[in-house]
Design a protein around this ligand. Structure first.
Ligand code: IFM
Length: 442
């Protein structure tokens, strides 16, 4: 049982669930171009079992059935992403009409079910031809991204409830260019500094492009991890502050303050692209809302290595199947801190929250009491933030379906709905049924 119902929330508070294109659609279908995730996954050692998004959940052919499930659970909104490579297989130039038609049908299918379409324009599947040109390291990507924005939103922008350009800039910049864990798998500080700046430049250009199309309710989606110092020492405090700086503050600071945190620039500044200081007028394009994706915290300890001279250590709290500690207080901390330091009265959304588990289908059902507990504890923090006056307008659960968890392949099941990856059968889990009871309007 969930410990809340929608009656515990303001009437206009939105409950939604989230997905992304490459993780569910099936990129082999409908004329989509090759992405850097296809090539990254085809390279030994990058992805568990070399799995990729070629078929994924086959949402491309089953989206009507999937949206029936979203509507039947009582959700108000559905957060999805459009694939750049499906819309523009070469990244630039001629659009793929099949791809545009797909997103057009998908939009109408949501509206027919009374669901608010909440789009993200980039959830990581960069067209491979653009990766060949340097991808996020190349400043020109901001213009390419604006052109793609114009093409896809020129087709479906009239029917979107909300749009954010880029999902989780930290993942695009740091995870993919410094840690090398996501495509393009680089481990290079100059590439990182360039990507972290260009991703915000592209964000700003896309917002300007959509304003030019007359669109409203445009925002940004930022992922955050609470940073806890490993001990009370000044060195551990500084290490956690730096982690907090490049993970949580860097992108918010760029977008809402027109500056990057000093503690981060001590390491990144020598590697930044020329003229970066002149780009904030674009990066700061005004937004209508801010989204926070939250899952966990990290415990950070200092070390004698090269900058950033720290590492993560294991923590004592119960963990999800991602080995992520369950720390609901971090969500409350971020909601209150973001409003206090960056966004003020601007509406906030929790645009992702959820957990992975090794859920098993047995006798036609999937019991996931761990997910019900996780949702209960995090929604309690949402309620606490609301009670404190944080202008929070909605909460989206990651994810509707078990799906492709990037470098970890298909084992890490985040869905409210179980997917059998052989038959592609969908089975709602017990958390889905609990949500249906909590969200159905009475
Ligand atoms: O699956 C991802 C998603 O693509 C982005 N946010 C975090 C999720 C869980 O790792």
């Amino acid at each position: 049982m969930l410990g809340f119902t929608r009656n515990d929330f303001p009437d206009d508070f939105l409950f939604g669930t989230a997905t992304s294109s490459y993780q569910i659609e099936g990129h082999a279908f409908g004329g989509a171009g090759t992405t850097h995730w296809d090539t990254f996954a085809a390279t030994p050692g990058n992805v568990v079992r070399g799995e990729n998004g070629a078929r994924a959940c086959d949402h491309y052919h089953r989206f009507e059935e999937d949206f029936d499930l979203v509507a039947a659970a009582g959700f108000d909104a559905y957060r999805f992403s459009t694939s750049w490579a499906r819309v523009l297989p070469e990244g630039r130039g001629a659009p793929n009409q099949e791809g545009l038609d797909f997103y057009d049908r998908l939009t109408d299918a949501l509206l027919e079910r009374g669901l608010k379409p909440c789009a993200t324009l980039y959830h990581w599947e960069l067209p491979a031809p653009l990766a060949d040109l340097g991808g996020w390291r190349n400043r020109d990507i901001a213009g390419w991204f604006a052109d793609y924005t114009e093409v896809i939103m020129g087709r479906i922008g009239d029917r979107m409830f909300s749009v954010a350009p880029i999902n989780e800039p930290w993942c695009v910049g740091w995870l993919s260019h410094f840690l090398g864990q996501h495509a393009p798998g680089l481990r290079d500080i100059r590439a990182t500094a360039h990507a972290m700046h260009h991703v915000l430049l592209a964000h700003g250009h896309a917002i300007e492009t959509m304003r030019g199309l007359g669109m409203e309710n445009l925002g940004g989606v930022f992922n955050m991890e609470w940073a806890t110092p490993a001990d009370d020492s000044a060195a551990a405090q500084n290490a956690a502050a730096l982690y907090d700086g490049y993970y949580n503050h860097f992108f918010l600071s760029g977008v809402f303050k027109g500056t990057y945190p000093e503690i981060v620039m001590q390491g990144l500044e020598p590697h930044m692209p020329k003229g970066w200081q002149d780009d904030f007028a674009i990066i700061q394009a005004p937004l209508d809302w801010c989204g926070i994706n939250y899952y966990t915290r990290k415990i950070i300890a200092p070390n004698d290595g090269l900058w950033p001279s720290h590492h993560e250590i294991g923590g004592p709290l119960p963990k999800t199947f991602m080995e992520w500690e369950i720390y609901p207080e971090g969500l409350y901390n971020f909601l209150t801190r973001t409003a206090a330091e960056y966004t003020g009265d601007l509406p906030l959304y929790v645009t992702e929250n959820g957990m992975a588990a090794p859920d098993v289908l047995e006798h036609g059902t999937v019991a996931d009491p761990h997910r019900i507990d996780y949702l209960n504890s995090h929604v309690a923090m949402v309620q606490k933030a609301l009670a404190d006056g944080v202008p929070l307008r909605g909460y989206f659960i990651w994810s509707l379906l078990d799906n492709y968890e990037w470098a970890l392949g298909y084992d890490k099941r985040f869905g409210l709905v179980h997917v059998d990856f052989d038959t592609l059968d969908r089975t709602p889990k017990s958390s889905y049924h609990a949500l249906t009871t909590a969200l159905t309007r009475t």
